[in-house]
Design a protein around this ligand. Sequence first.
Ligand SMILES: Nc1ncnc2c1ncn2[C@@H]1O[C@H](COP(=O)(O)OP(=O)(O)OP(=O)(O)O)[C@@H](O)[C@H]1O
Length: 259
Amino acid sequence: MSPGTLPQPAAAPAPRNAEVVLTLEHISKSFGDNHVLRDFSLELHRGENVVVLGKSGSGKSVLVKCMIGLLRPDAGRITVLGQDISTLDHEEMDQLRARLGFLFQSNALYDSMTVRENLVFPLRRQWLADRRDQEADLVQQALEDVGLADTANKLPAELSGGQRKRIALARTLILQPEIILYDEPTTGLDPITAREISALIRQVQQKYNTAAFIISHDMDSVRLVADRVALLAEGGCYAQGTYEELARHEDPRVHDFFT
Ligand SMILES: Nc1ncnc2c1ncn2[C@@H]1O[C@H](COP(=O)(O)OP(=O)(O)OP(=O)(O)O)[C@@H](O)[C@H]1O
């Protein structure tokens, strides 16, 4: 790559006809007089990366918390992998969450555990007992997927910020999630490392055909990872389209994000 040349987005799959794996229908959520979500609707397809953009305080985290059952919307329906989450009991919700992957901004790695111990930790769930005898292979595969095959015996403190982000992603991948929720995956990383993480998000999508719901403010990353961008404003899905479509949008509320 010559200096100053921007990396081009990887060729995206054509997910529009693919199965819908997550549906948010007419979601509303208020805290007292603060009407955070108002009639928000969005669909996510298998194999598709959707980025949700929105100003600080617009309700992105509230939306994610509703999706994973940590907050109950006041109105609307959320269907994840074919299940209306309002009908699930605690255990059913837990089992559904195990089919989702989360990559938190903080990485949420255990500092006192080695990389291997961090990776096997999520496999210790009761209903995943059948995968326990494959632990070593699963750890190896997940570390290879993120390009860090030789770090199994290291502690998180011995790794760089970008490497810790990769290990956090490996820990998510070990559960073979069908949908991955990324919360600002490149925040706090330098621009080169941020691009490497964006490329990795694309590689994971292409290898496993996972769907991803990504919250990001990093427009370089948004351009690289998004098949579709949805703008959360005034509590609703204010606009959606490809990165290029929204960047050309006439409404300054939309294209201001891209300038
Ligand atoms: N548990 C809660 N109780 C009361 N208000 C809440 C609660 N959670 C979120 N809010 C309010 O909802 C609004 C949206 O918050 P949210 O954290 O979803 O924003 P965000 O878009 O994720 O912002 P940022 O980009 O800064 O992380 C804010 O006004 C916040 O104060």
